[in-house]
Ligand binder design. Sequence first.
Ligand SMILES: Cc1ncc(COP(=O)(O)O)c(C=O)c1O
Length: 290
Amino acid sequence: MTSPIAHFNGAFVPLDEIRISPLDRGFIFGDGVYEVVPVYNGEPLHGREHFERLQRSCDEIRLKNPHTVDEWMALTRKLLESHPGNQSVYVHVTRGVPSKRDHVIPTGLKPTVFMMCYPLASPSKEQIENGVACTTAEDFRWTKCHIKSISLLGNVLARQSSVDAGAVETIMFRNGFLTEASASNAFVVKGGTVLAAPQDNMILLGITYQLLEKLAKDGTLKLEVRPVSEAEVRGADEIWLSSSTKEVLAVTSLDGKPVGTGKPGPVFKRMHALYQEYKGRLGRKDAVAA
Ligand SMILES: Cc1ncc(COP(=O)(O)O)c(C=O)c1O
């Protein structure tokens, strides 16, 4: 099988021909940031918003972004020429390759840029109709979770605890309050109101989270952004996950216990329909207004 085309430091080359130095600070320190842009039928969903978040991540780690949002969009479109259909575009920027291993941030280093595509793993019909199981864990990550850092060990270990229990995500609490899941944001519905965790440094502010906020507003669903206690999560009528890949997905079992009725709830169904309708407008001019 031929290797798919990827992007590496300005060149479009087969993925398996790319070679990265062991001194790359991404390899040595996890010193870099990334993005994942969902693509439907060749059309990136909120590509600009993803690259604006990449800029914020770069700023937070004092890394000079090698490209503007327009340049990133152009690279994405070029990469998509050889990847039709529904894709995830993975974008990775590290601080580059110094001559020696040293924690101190070197000046004048050229960042390493890597992009690849893989088929978008959207939720199955079964997952949408029946919801998914999640487990919970204490959020033991650092306190800069708003940065989309490539240092994902905390998220990896959190995710693995749900894999071990046969569940699809791990919902996390810090000091008794909901933060997010290992690779998704989490929402709770109580008495018809959607509750979402504060948009601070304890979560990655998802592009999908922001879209759900907008869809709730336009679709006249009540959504409150405020600290959500663990007790509220455990006593919720509905729990949802959101991410660029999962879109919006109902959680119907938490730590082995049913959430609400144990079936995707009415507020989820409404939000899922709003999301699908929004996606359906993608590519049309009115779909891009954020
Ligand atoms: C920790 C974490 N939170 C939230 C999200 C959701 O972000 P987005 O909606 O931009 O995909 C992700 C996505 O990968 C994530 O890794």
